[in-house]
Design a protein around this ligand. Structure first.
Ligand SMILES: [Zn+2]
Length: 718
């Protein structure tokens, strides 16, 4: 996931909402004056300036954001009220600089929100959320400003500007139009009210999920560990000790604990308990239940787009996406769905055979899927995930990332000496990124690898500074964040094949940030169903021979992973695709259908049940994200009616990856790699994605490569 704008920062964060009726009485800083507020200052120090993560404090956030917004509004007013005739330079280019004081503030804000959240910060965030929404509305609904934008836009329809300027202009114009700039005053007021209400609901939603993640930990005793790996047990013991339950073992209510537990634990009752805790997040019928919040969110979203004259949220949202319409997105999902659920049937049949043979006297249930899938995997492919893990060391995989970046992007990564660049936690490591030949500075790469309390779950990438050349070239400060479980002292951090793929995935986002060649900040923005493509594509390099032979070595013996095991991994790569594709698509379809449905009196629980029944969702597995904890869609707007985007991007990924597969130099083919950087990475949003893909591939993407990748039948052409 990616986030570098005001809105998307809100979407990714989790907060404790508190009303802000006390006005600003408690926001004034005690002794410091505003200009002393560190968070508002330019980055200083080496590498073109770096964030002062060692000095930031939560109490600096609120005054900094408020002062930053005030300055931003002044900047905007100055542009809107300029008496000179509107030009690209005095309007659009000036807007690219407006409010830039907030950029750095949001770097710190993002760290407090995602990497080191606390009740203290969540309270501040709760107060700021509606104010930030108001700030955005004030800009998006500034009539004088929009008049000037429209005037520049209209002129450009007769006399087009240079390509990148035209693109910034069109994106800006569209953004204003989509956000209510042309509404009358009454509608504008309502529009802003809705946004403010929504921002608070999003925060509450995310907070409820976090509450249920933190408060449903399953503690095990020594006799309940059967099947679990030594490494897993050690880390579960450590978490329990950290939580004051010495001698017990903690299964936290997060994917990284739940998933391995359900895969290996032989205790069916406990599997059911852990499964139920995880898939009930936000759905426990208490004050942290999200069902009514979701109905409220859907209603407000519908009302807002109706003000703009759209039928539903999905239609409004997708117009500037690569898919363009909800119909196109649905068409793709429904084209793959039947093959996915048909494959689930086969998988369940295979598993039932194993279960029957082992003496389990009942049908496969949702909490059995991972467990028996692993048994089938071992039987059919003789592939033991834990054996594979012995060759997946975090340090070596990090080197593999650098190797890949060197071969494709010509980048060199050099570790920065500890203490030279401030970090917000001792686990965070930093590398300098330069061009391999010229030594030219590209930027810094921050890695925050380990799970800890206060850090949001999952993996993500972000920037602390993006590339632009508008006011001289800026180097990139990019970061990758994961939730790997720390190893016991003296042991290598071993991760699963899936986690290794995710590690490459997030690094793909970072490379997308680093390779940017755009002049204007707006052109760094992502197109939601396209920005996951670059990162998904990068996952493919994990299983190239070059990476396997050099970096996948055994953590004890140093021996490279045996060719026979690699062959098994490759053979097994289509294994369990029924599960993976179905659990994902069920969530993606639900996201779209929820936003196409009439939100009046919608009963979320019932809607979810009925929609799954209509789709003939197999009962043996749940959606990847059930609606009450679907943070992508309801703790913000980032992925609302956009979760399909992963598969959309996957179609591009499979197709682009066949371009490498078929090239003389394979995945390291120089010519294809050059095209990859030139058309698919460096332009970011300065080129229409469909056009960029066509330039890379010589044609539009086809769905067949995706079906082949997942081992699904490919319809024959006739
Ligand atoms: Zn991603």
């Amino acid at each position: 996931m990616k986030k570098n704008t005001v809105f998307s920062i809100l979407t990714c964060s989790i907060i404790l909402f508190s009303t802000s009726c006390k006005k600003d009485t408690d926001t004034t800083e005690s002794s410091e004056t505003m200009s002393d507020n560190l968070l508002l200052q330019d980055y200083t120090g080496p590498y073109g300036g770096i964030p002062a993560f060692d000095k930031m404090k939560v109490e600096q956030i609120e005054p900094a954001v408020i002062a930053g917004m005030e300055q931003g509004l002044k900047d905007i007013e100055a542009i809107a009220n300029n008496t000179a005739a509107p030009t690209f330079k005095n309007t659009i280019e000036a807007m690219e600089r407006a409010g830039s004081g907030l950029d750095n503030v949001f770097t710190y804000y993002g760290i407090f929100g995602s990497n080191m959240s606390s009740p203290e910060f969540r309270e501040v965030q709760g107060k700021l959320a509606p104010k930030l929404s108001e700030y955005t509305s004030k800009i998006n609904q500034n009539e004088a400003l929009f008049k000037r934008i429209k005037s520049v836009y209209d002129a450009s329809q007769k006399t087009p500007l240079e390509a990148d300027q035209q693109r910034v202009l069109e994106l800006t114009y569209k953004r204003f139009e989509m956000n209510g700039a042309e509404l009358d005053d009454v509608k504008k007021k309502r529009y802003a009210e809705i946004n403010k209400e929504l921002s608070s609901l999003y925060n509450k939603f995310g907070d409820n999920v976090l509450h249920d993640e933190e408060n449903y930990i399953t503690y095990l005793t020594k006799d309940q560990l059967d099947g679990l790996s030594e490494g897993f047990i050690k880390s579960a013991a450590k978490i329990a000790t950290d939580n004051g339950k010495d001698g017990q073992y903690a299964i936290t209510n997060t994917r990284s604990s739940m998933d391995p537990f359900l895969t290996y634990s032989t205790n069916r009752e406990l599997r059911k308990q852990v499964w139920t805790n995880y898939y009930s997040r936000g759905d426990n019928g208490d004050e942290f239940d999200n069902n009514t919040l979701i109905a409220e969110i859907l209603k407000l979203r519908r009302e807002r787009v109706e003000l703009l004259g759209y039928k539903n949220f999905a239609e409004w949202r997708l117009q500037d996406r690569m898919a363009k319409t909800p119909e196109n997105a649905m068409q793709l999902m429904l084209a793959v769905w039947p093959a996915a659920i048909a494959r689930v049937k086969e998988e369940v049949a295979d598993m039932q055979t194993v279960a029957d043979a082992s003496g389990q006297k009942s049908d496969i249930e949702a909490w059995d899927y991972r467990y028996y899938a692993e048994k089938v995997r071992q039987k059919k492919y003789n592939l033991d995930s834990d054996e594979v893990k012995q060759y997946l060391q975090l340090d070596k995989l990090t080197e593999a990332l650098f190797y890949t970046a060197g071969r494709l992007f010509n980048y060199k990564f050099t570790p920065v000496a500890e203490g030279k660049v401030p970090v917000f936690h001792e686990d965070v490591k930093v590398w300098e990124v330069t061009d391999l030949d010229s030594g030219k500075a590209i930027g810094l790469w921050y890695l925050d690898p380990f799970a800890r309390p206060g850090k949001r779950s999952g993996a993500w990438a972000t920037t602390y500074r993006s590339h632009t050349t508008l006011d001289g070239p800026k180097t990139v400060l990019a970061s990758n964040n994961s939730n790997f479980v720390k190893a016991a002292p003296g042991e290598a951090v071993l991760i699963s094949w899936d986690d290794a793929q995710t590690f490459f995935h997030e690094f793909g986002h970072a490379l997308h940030f680093f390779s940017s060649n755009v002049k204007y900040p707006t052109l760094n923005g992502g197109v939601r169903d396209y920005t996951e493509f670059q990162s998904q594509l990068l996952e493919r390099w994990l299983s190239t021979d070059e990476v396997i032979n050099q970096f996948l070595v055994h953590n004890k013996t140093g021996e490279p992973i045996p060719a026979s095991l690699v062959a098994k991994i490759k053979k097994a790569s289509t294994f369990n695709q029924g599960f993976g594709t179905t659990e994902y698509l069920a969530s993606a379809l639900m996201d779209m259908k929820l936003h196409l449905a009439d939100p009046e009196n919608i009963d979320i629980d019932k809607f979810e049940r009925e929609t799954l029944a209509e789709l003939k969702m197999p009962k043996e597995l749940p959606m990847r994200h059930r609606t009450p904890h679907f943070g992508h869609v309801f703790s913000g707007e980032g992925y609302a009616t956009a979760y399909y985007g992963y598969m959309w991007a996957d179609v591009l990924t499979s197709d682009a990856s066949e371009a490498f597969k078929d090239a003389p130099g394979g995945f390291y083919d120089k010519e294809v790699a050059d095209k990859l950087v030139k058309y698919l990475f460096a332009p970011r949003n300065s080129m229409d994605p469909a056009e960029a893909f066509r330039k890379f591939r010589g044609r539009d993407a086809k769905i067949e490569a995706l079906l082949r990748d997942r081992g699904f039948p490919v319809p024959t052409e006739n």
